[in-house]
Ligand binder design. Structure first.
Ligand code: HEC
Ligand code: HEC
Length: 349
């Protein structure tokens, strides 16, 4: 009996010792890891540690969007038709697709610094992509619309976008274009041609706009999904702290941050989220854009003032992190960001 309990005591203290050793080793290892990240030892690590680090901060895009449970094929088809419908702009020239182009493999944008509306009026902000938009915390650069359906009601009545006078005018145009039957088939009821149902159909279509790229494959463990240069770019992206704001499945889209966190941004015209909340601390705060499909959604920033991805990346490091990136680091990050383009899209090229 005695011998047995002694053995247990030895075993117990060995365990305790092991625990202490583990406890003391962990912070040292963490420190080494931090240093390794700082040094960015090019090519010194195998693919797996980068993937392991990446899995802690990123995720593949989901298969479905929230709210899509009740979306029928018919509702989605009606939404797609409405997304491309020009009769609901004042001079019948513009549709959602004019500024968020999905034709020719484009990236859900117009590739203009700021968008031109139905009557040639220039808006104040760059058009963000409609791709994956329904996965964001809220819509617009300042998050003023809670979801896609709420968002879809805006542009049609916006005087510098589609410029329609009011909801009744939009519904009259839809009736004139023969939409009544389609709305009846999708929504049922006596008079389903309503502005709410219009927005709901457009949103249903937009909820199908989930993209799939090589980074999803990489996170899923597919060997060789990223080239060595792209993986180096991913490593640099994480090591620099871009992931403080651009993380998760969208590499953004899930929070609001100040444009010019480390250094003020030169263009102070747009107060961003401050216009929604009136809070002082929300001045120059914007929704962090998703970086999925970023290589085909140029130009960049809320004002469209960064023409190239190289320029946007270099400015981000400087403005958000106070860091002057070397040309090679910029090139690596840009290579990584190019792996975030939907396999079915190439930006119209
Ligand atoms: C004249 C160009 C134009 C038209 C037409 C237009 N949009 Fe936009 N869209 C924009 C701009 C510019 C913004 C950003 C505005 C802002 O943040 O204040 C935007 C924002 C959005 C967003 C938010 C994306 C995000 O990341 O926050 C979605 C979604 C969207 N539009 C969908 C649509 C739909 C659906 C239609 C048709 C009903 C439409 N747009 C018509 C220019 C346009
Ligand atoms: C403190 C948070 C923060 C950090 C850190 C950060 N970003 Fe951003 N990023 C933002 C915000 C906010 C915007 C939108 C700014 C605007 O348009 O006014 C943005 C915009 C961008 C854009 C342009 C997106 C578009 O659709 O126009 C790119 C590209 C980008 N970031 C890449 C990076 C890279 C690369 C890093 C690391 C070097 C980085 N960001 C670090 C918050 C951050």
């Amino acid at each position: 009996m005695r011998a047995t309990s002694n053995r247990w005591m030895v075993f117990g203290s060995a365990l305790l010792g092991l625990a202490i050793v583990t406890m003391t080793v962990t912070p040292a290892e963490a420190q080494r890891k931090k240093e390794r990240r700082k040094l960015l030892g090019r090519g010194q690590e195998t693919a797996s540690p980068v993937l392991a680090d990446a899995k802690k901060v990123f995720a593949p895009l989901p298969e479905k969007m929230p709210g899509s449970e009740k979306d029928t094929k018919e509702k989605i088809a009606l939404g797609e038709k409405l997304y491309n419908e020009t009769c609901i702009s004042i001079n019948k020239t513009q549709s959602c697709n004019s500024c968020h182009r999905l034709d020719e493999g484009r990236g859900g944008v117009d590739n203009q610094p700021t968008s031109t509306g139905a009557e040639g009026k220039l808006g104040g902000r760059n058009a963000p992509t409609s791709l994956n938009a329904g996965l964001h915390i809220a819509q617009f650069w300042d998050g003023r619309a809670p979801d896609l359906a709420a968002q879809a009601k805006g542009p049609v009545l916006n005087p510098i976008e589609m410029g329609m006078a009011d909801e009744a005018a939009v519904l009259a145009r839809l009736k004139e274009a023969g939409y009544e039957d389609e709305f009846k088939k999708v929504f049922g009821g006596d008079s389903p041609l309503t502005y709410d149902n219009y927005a709901e159909a457009v949103a249903a279509f937009e909820r199908t706009l989930i993209t799939r790229d090589r980074f999803d494959d990489y996170l899923g463990g597919k060997a060789g999904a990223l080239t060595a240069k792209e993986e180096q770019g991913l490593k640099t992206f994480m090591a620099m702290g871009c992931t403080n704001c651009h993380a998760g499945a969208l590499l953004g889209g899930d929070r609001y941050e100040k444009m010019g966190d480390a250094k003020p941004y030169a263009n102070t015209e747009d107060l961003g989220r401050n216009k929604v909340t009136n809070k002082d601390e929300d001045k120059f705060v914007f929704k962090v854009p998703s970086l999925r499909n970023i290589a085909i959604t140029q130009p960049y920033f809320h004002d469209g003032k960064a023409a190239s991805l190289e320029d946007a990346v270099k400015q981000m490091a400087d403005l958000q992190l106070g860091h002057d990136l070397k040309a090679e680091e910029v090139a690596d990050i840009v290579a990584f960001l190019n792996a975030l383009t939907d396999k079915k899209r190439s930006g119209g090229n």
